[in-house]
Ligand binder design. Structure first.
Ligand SMILES: Cc1cc2nc3c(=O)[nH]c(=O)nc-3n(C[C@H](O)[C@H](O)[C@H](O)COP(=O)(O)OP(=O)(O)OC[C@H]3O[C@@H](n4cnc5c(N)ncnc54)[C@H](O)[C@@H]3O)c2cc1C
Length: 404
């Protein structure tokens, strides 16, 4: 694994860092206070080419690699998780999943508007009775000729109320058979499809989170993703991509907590000296450094495996678990270092702490990732080859088109 960033990777890191600090940072406090998703943000990310940065140029994406996506996520979450979440859902959970599983016509039809931000996508897996236990999902579908008819409800769906396209999962028969689950692309405007926004969230308040109601939604067969019965595998492979972005984002949060804590500890005086000179404060700073550097290595490792076209469920799960736990501790320690000031929103650290509580839940809770890791270690879990894999980078389609 090469730890040196390429010129393209450094360029994307610089661009997102600059935009995040100059354009997003000045807005976040008000958005968080007012619990408001700002559609300008998603438009701006689209204008900058970030929504499709790691989709092939053939589909109007940026043609960059998976590490570039992760680096962008780290920079966005340095300001706030709500901004990073847009790339996690739109680009990783949906865009990359379509790149992996959609048929050639579906890719030509759906990827360009996603890559350019003309259309925004959401990922609808979770239901009122099925979160960690995905196989328990109850949304149903039946086939009528060339049409699938879907009914059910999805909850806690990021971007639900602002998306145009929804990758949702439903089962053909009742029960728990994962092989009865299929994946469909629903489009806003389809009759029977309704979305709403959830209010009063503890964190991620500048993100849109909501629900999707499906009442006899008629979906053309051309919108079935993968083969019938492949929905569970598609959902799990989508999470492999999403978790890379959550891990990278959490790494950015740790860096934000570290920078804020270092600045505050140098300034704030207690017992006649800056608190930076008290060793118990130094211990918390050192833990943040440790969390940041190890999280960065883990997400870079997972991204490098993706670039090689290798399946990396174990590595992305570990990166997500480690970075979210380290970010949780970093945010809690950062609030502590700031004392009472950290308990207000005059400093960003309290917001990071509220946000990380959400990150520890989605794309697999801490407990689910511990079970995954134990499963691999104990030989209780193994990855079987999938019918469709995420393409290695450079993308074969772009290789044919010549140099960038
Ligand atoms: C802000 C936010 C955004 C989200 N965005 C999306 C989205 O875009 N799309 C989407 O589909 N979902 C989304 N989710 C939903 C998220 O993926 C689920 O909340 C998550 O999978 C956990 O499911 P649950 O909330 O039903 O908790 P449950 O599954 O009910 O778990 C409750 C508790 O039990 C524990 N637990 C469950 N099973 C086990 C076990 N076998 N062993 C040990 N402990 C266990 C869990 O770890 C957890 O601590 C989002 C959630 C949040 C908070």
């Amino acid at each position: 694994m090469n730890l040196e960033l390429s010129e393209d990777q450094r360029a994307i890191q610089r661009l997102v860092r600059e935009v995040a600090r100059e354009e997003l940072l000045p807005r976040i406090q008000a958005l968080d206070r007012e619990e408001r998703f700002d559609p300008w943000v998603v438009r701006r990310l689209g204008e900058l080419g970030l929504l499709g940065l790691c989709l092939p140029r053939r589909y109007q994406g940026g043609g960059l690699d998976y590490l570039s996506l992760a680096l962008a996520c780290e920079e966005l979450e340095y300001v706030d998780s709500s901004f990073r979440e847009i790339l996690s859902v739109h680009t990783a959970l949906v865009g990359l999943t379509l790149l992996q599983w959609a048929g050639p016509e579906q890719k030509e039809r759906f990827l360009p508007p996603l890559a350019t931000g003309q259309k925004i996508a959401a990922f609808g897996l979770t239901e009122p009775g099925a979160g960690s236990d995905v196989a328990a999902l109850e949304s149903r579908y039946r086939q009528e000729g060339e049409t699938f008819v879907l009914s059910g409800e999805k909850v806690w769906i990021s971007l639900a109320d602002v998306a145009d396209l929804f990758l949702v999962f439903a089962r053909r028969e009742p029960g728990r058979d994962p092989g009865a689950i299929s994946a469909f692309l629903l489009e806003r405007g389809m009759e029977g499809l309704e979305t709403y926004t959830l209010r009063d969230k503890l964190g991620l308040r500048a993100a849109n989170t909501g629900g999707i109601r499906m009442r006899e939604v008629r979906v053309p067969a051309a919108n079935l993703v993968g083969l019938e019965g492949e929905g569970f595998k598609i959902a799990m492979s989508a999470l492999d991509n999403g978790r890379l972005t959550v891990a990278a984002g959490a790494t950015g949060m740790i860096r934000a907590c570290l920078d804020a804590s270092v600045a505050y500890a140098r300034e704030r005086q207690a017992f006649g000296k800056p608190i930076a000179h008290h060793q118990l404060v130094q211990e918390m700073i050192a833990r943040m450094v440790d969390g940041y550097e190890t999280s960065r290595l883990l997400y870079a490792w997972a991204a490098s495996l993706k670039n090689q076209g290798r399946r990396c469920t174990r590595e992305t799960s570990l990166a997500k678990l480690h970075a979210c736990e380290a970010a949780f501790r970093a945010a809690a320690d950062a609030v502590e270092i700031h004392g009472a000031a950290g308990f207000s929103d005059a400093f960003p650290v309290g917001r990071h702490l509220r946000n990380v509580l959400g990150e520890r839940i989605y794309e697999g809770t801490r407990e689910i990732h511990l079970l995954i890791q134990a499963g691999y270690a104990l030989g209780l879990r193994e990855d079987r080859p999938l019918r469709c894999s995420l393409p290695p980078w450079p993308f074969p389609e772009d290789e044919e088109a010549g140099p960038r």
